[in-house]
Ligand binder design. Sequence first.
Ligand code: ADP
Ligand code: AMP
Ligand code: ZN
Length: 222
Amino acid sequence: MNRRTFFVLLGVPGAGKGTQAKLLEDRLGIPQISTGDIFRYNLKNATELGILAKSFMDKGELVPDEVTIRMVEDRLTQADAQAGAVLDGFPRNLVQAQAFDKITEPYGGISLVPLIHISDEEAMLRITGRRVCRTCGAVYHVEFNPPKQEGVCDLDGGELYQRNDDLPDTVRNRLYVYYKQTSPLIGYYFAKGLLVELDGNQAIEQVQDQLMSLLAMKVAVA
Ligand code: ADP
Ligand code: AMP
Ligand code: ZN
C-alpha cells in the first residue's frame, strides 16, 4: 500500500494544536483532522453522533473510544486524506493510540509526534480567550490573535462564538483529563522514537517555523 504521512500533535488543550495544524495543512497539503471539530460539526447538524458527543464534551470528558476511533477511520477514507493527515486532538488515550497504530500501519505508521509545551496558566488564558467562527471553524483569540473586526471572522464574515466547554470550570476538568488520560502518550511515542518537543510560548509564526524545521529534519517534507 502507498506510504502516507501522519503527524500527531500533542499538548494540553489550548497549546495551539489546531492553530498549527491548520497552518501545516496549508504548507504541506495534507488535511488537519481534528476530532473535536468533527464532533462540533455533528453537533451543529444535530446528528446522532453529535448528540451523543455533546453529553461528554459539555463536561470536558472524552467521548467513548469506539465511536471516536470509527469516526477517524471513516474520515481517513476521504479523498483529501490519501496522502496523510495532521491529527489534532486524536489519539487522546492509550486505547486510541494503539488503534491508530493499527490503522496507520499499512501506510508506514506515524511519521512524527510533535509535543507543544505551554504552562497550565497559559492554557487557561488561551482557552478562555478563544473564539471560533460559526461558519468555518477558524480559531481566534480576543487578545493574542484577534480578528480585524471584533466578533467577525476575517475569512468569511461569520459570527465568532465562545465554545461551551471553554468556560473555566470545564477547562479545569479538560486539563485534568489531559494529565490523566492523554499525557501517558508522551512516553508511549517517546519509546517509539517519534516524539519531538517544542516551546509553545512563542508567537504563532515562530512556533510554526520551529515545527517546520523539526519536520524537515526528521521527515522528508518541505
Ligand atoms: P488547541 O487546538 O491546542 O486546543 P488552539 O490552536 O485552539 O489550541 O489555540 C488555543 C487558543 O490560543 C486560540 O485562541 C488561539 O488563537 C491561541 N493561540 C494559539 N497559538 C498561540 C500562540 N503561539 N500564542 C498565543 N496564542 C495562541
Ligand atoms: P478539542 O476540540 O480537541 O478541544 O476537543 C473538544 C472535546 O471533544 C473534548 O473535550 C472531548 O469531549 C471531545 N473529543 C475530541 N477529541 C476526542 C478524542 N480523540 N477522544 C475522545 N473525545 C474527544
Ligand atoms: Zn469563518
